[in-house]
Design a protein around this ligand. Structure first.
Ligand code: SF4
Length: 460
């Protein structure tokens, strides 16, 4: 078992991108718009390779019934469920615009409903939405069809409906089982409720059940979080995602309701993370990488062992990289060598669709350098290995020249035992997997440029 010390965590568990894309979404520009996106869709339609690869679809449902104070998502708090009916009509328009550009019946091997709260939709709403997708696209058997589930909005019957609609993966937002913490973040969901839902999900036969946890929340202590960890180990979900809470009240209004004095100190946060790593490892979970754990028999852990892991906007995946269509307000897509993002407010999103336009308002056309670095960062994050020769052949570069300063920077991480660099390539060590973000960040040209700018402005 790899022992990750609090000292190492303090040093290398840096805040930084989660690399669900490279370049990351904060690098998207307003100059990329609908026309660029349409061009990318057209190229996909004309390319035999593009057409042959199944699509991935993300649908954003922005509504939530009540506000969680730690929230940093794009959501709309409302108790008016009829707002979702209007939203579904606009989603239909957006789907129709896509099929006008890509054709009806494109193969889809991955769907994810995220939010907000996808289960804010009524049974009829969920049925309608899946019906819309099925009549416009062809869902391939054996695909990953997942949905984020707020335990407060479902019961066993609703889970059965999700299975009937074709979902085979559920992700429950748990965060913490401690009642005091739940009160402090305004999200009350008794542990018994989650236990009973996970049991129902198992008897219904979902392929995989994921639980999301957050450490660093108000009223959390290492001891209280230990109790949550023990409960999660008993619950035994197939996958666990453990995120750090970042308190940024100036950016996220909801977080202003959190009492600052209730937040755990940095040293307590590090201790919670170290204890979580140990608890999940003792409970038999495999550390997949970047905040994710899975049971050894889960498809994600198997894919990691076999070097078949991929990474997309939903995190780690077993599905090969494919074009992603993002539907709904603020949704992000990836088509060919582009990223695109929809309008962030409902008003703008509806407005553009009323004009018969795809609601893409920003994005990025990747440069050759972006593509090289994306390949490098994804190889590090997913395979924990980067072989120089195939990279040189694929991109006609000399790795030692192209990445001279990056290889220099890696020396410190190598000394700490996080990575091994040889003439053939680099390999992330067992310890390095826990800090894979720090290794990937070395190859992020935009971050390095920011660092140089900050250094430059300090000097002058
Ligand atoms: S954390 Fe999730 S459920 Fe809570 S307000 Fe934010 S989006 Fe809604």
């Amino acid at each position: 078992m790899t022992i990750v010390t609090p000292e190492l965590l303090t040093r290398y568990d840096v805040s930084g991108p989660r690399y669900t894309s490279y370049p990351t979404a904060d690098r998207f520009v307003d100059a990329f718009g609908e026309q660029d996106y349409v061009l990318a869709l057209g190229q996909r339609r004309q390319s035999p390779v593009g057409k042959a690869l199944p699509l991935s679809i993300y649908v954003h449902i922005p509504f939530c019934e009540s506000l969680c104070y730690y929230c940093a998502c794009n959501k709309i708090i409302t108790k008016h469920h009829d707002r979702a009916d209007v939203y579904l009509r606009y989603l239909q328009r957006e789907i129709d615009l896509h099929t006008a550009h890509c054709g009806v019946g494109q193969m889809v091997s991955q769907i994810h409903f995220g939010g907000g709260t996808p289960t804010f939709l009524s049974d009829a709403g969920l049925r309608d939405l899946m019906g819309m997708l099925r009549s416009s696209f062809t869902l391939v058997p054996g695909g990953e069809y997942s949905i984020e589930v707020d335990p407060r909005t479902v019961d066993a019957d609703r889970l059965a409906l999700l299975a009937e609609l074709g979902f085979n993966r559920l992700s429950f937002g748990v965060q913490d089982f401690d009642p005091e913490v739940q009160k402090a973040v305004h999200r009350i969901q008794p542990a018994e409720q989650v236990f009973s839902l996970v049991e129902s999900a198992r008897s219904i036969g979902f392929d995989s059940v994921n639980v999301d946890l957050i450490y660093g929340l108000p009223k959390q202590t290492p001891e209280s979080f230990d109790r949550t960890l023990a409960q999660v180990a008993e619950l035994r979900p197939d996958r666990i995602a453990l995120y750090a809470y970042a308190h940024l009240p100036e950016r996220f209004k909801a977080q202003r309701r959190i009492v600052w004095a209730d937040l755990p100190m940095a040293s307590s946060k590090v201790s919670m993370l170290a204890r979580s790593l140990e608890a999940f490892s003792t409970a038999g979970y495999v550390y997949v990488g970047m905040d994710h754990f899975a049971l050894p028999e889960d498809a994600l852990a198997v894919a990691k062992r076999q070097g078949r892991l991929h990474r997309n906007f939903q995190g780690y995946s077993t599905q090969p990289d494919c074009d992603l269509i993002g539907l709904g307000v603020s949704a992000i897509g990836r088509v060919g060598a582009t990223y695109s993002q929809n309008a962030k407010t409902l008003e703008d999103y509806y407005d553009l669709l009323n004009q018969g336009r795809l609601p893409v308002v920003r994005g990025l056309a990747l440069t050759r350098d972006d593509l090289v670095r994306r390949a490098v960062i994804m190889a590090i994050m997913c395979q924990g290995e980067l072989l120089f020769e195939p990279l040189e052949q694929a991109w006609l570069i000399n790795v030692r020249d192209y990445f001279a300063s990056e290889l220099e920077q890696l020396k410190e991480l190598e000394q700490q035992g996080l990575v091994m660099v040889s003439n053939e390539g680099l390999e992330v060590t067992a310890m390095g997997w826990y800090f894979v973000r720090a290794i990937a960040m070395v190859f992020d040209r935009y971050l390095q440029a920011d660092k140089n700018r900050a250094r430059f402005s300090r000097i002058i």
